[in-house]
Ligand binder design. Sequence first.
Ligand code: FMN
Ligand code: SF4
Ligand code: SF4
Length: 312
Amino acid sequence: MSIFSIYFSPTGGVKKVMTTLEEEFKAALTQDSSKDTAQKEDTGSKLITIDLLKPDTDYASYHFTAKDVCLVGVPSFGGRVPDVVIERLKKMSANKAKAVAVVVYGNRHYDDTLLELKDVLEGIGFTVIAGITANAKHSIFKQYATLRPDAEDKTELKTFAGEILCKLYSLRNAAGIGVADSANADGSADGSADDSADGSADDSADGSSNTCAGDSITVPGNRPYREYPGHPLKPITNDYCVLCRACVKKCPTEAIPQDAPDTTIAEKCITCMRCIAACPFDARSLDKAAVAAAAEKMAPAFEGRKPNELFI
Ligand SMILES: Cc1cc2nc3c(=O)[nH]c(=O)nc-3n(C[C@H](O)[C@H](O)[C@H](O)COP(=O)(O)O)c2cc1C
Ligand code: SF4
Ligand code: SF4
């Protein structure tokens, strides 16, 4: 079995969540391989990271097998999966690999993001065995969820990872074969979309019950998905810009021209905030007054500490 951690993390929040989950999966792999050593077998178990930020990566070269487990992490942008992520995922071949859909959001709501991610993954042939929603600092409204994921979140995420591993092992035990072969164990890894997405939350969303159940899951969300035409604000550049092009290399959508790095191609920009975080001279930003006005208008939606959830 190989475990793949596949994610799109423009400003690092998704990466923090994924790294926390990875730790638990790595520990499980270590246990598995020490067992293998005792049995003098080499299954080649490993954890491989795939970065979805790179415009020049050949995503079509990724072919998974039914023996693989893929953790797929995306940020919620406007309650949806960013289009560029869908395009890149759709180039990959899942071949009935198992997937864990992970959505990270900034303490407002994830709306239809988890359902959309599950649909996309199933559409390309993954069997989605679990879903996670988790909170991280809002990359535009940085006053929300500022320190998340914090220690409490990380403990909870590790518990979620443990429950998912439990499900993987229970699938293996049900078939009386190795974890590596568990993708074939249930006979239902057909990549078909879940029909039960009626907008209702799964009863087991608190992760407290039925943790080693069958492989299909139900997640909250609605079809058609919420409309998200893209964020209206795009980065602007101030006089501190020295035309160093550090931002050009970081942009996941090639929205900053090589020959004019102090500009932004609005039609290509998804307002992911990566160039703003990457600029060493603090020369890029969104219009601060507009961000402050939007934050004030949306304040009620950000109230309270939003939960992390496991759907299994
Ligand atoms: C364009 C944009 C739209 C966003 N929309 C939402 C949203 O609808 N709900 C929410 O809770 N957080 C939203 N966020 C916050 C991100 O989901 C959150 O900050 C996430 O951690 C970003 O991932 P990253 O840190 O890996 O870049 C949005 C952020 C951006 C940049
Ligand atoms: S990283 Fe900053 S200073 Fe460098 S080109 Fe981009 S905006 Fe200008
Ligand atoms: S130009 Fe837009 S898409 Fe590119 S890194 Fe900056 S905010 Fe993200």
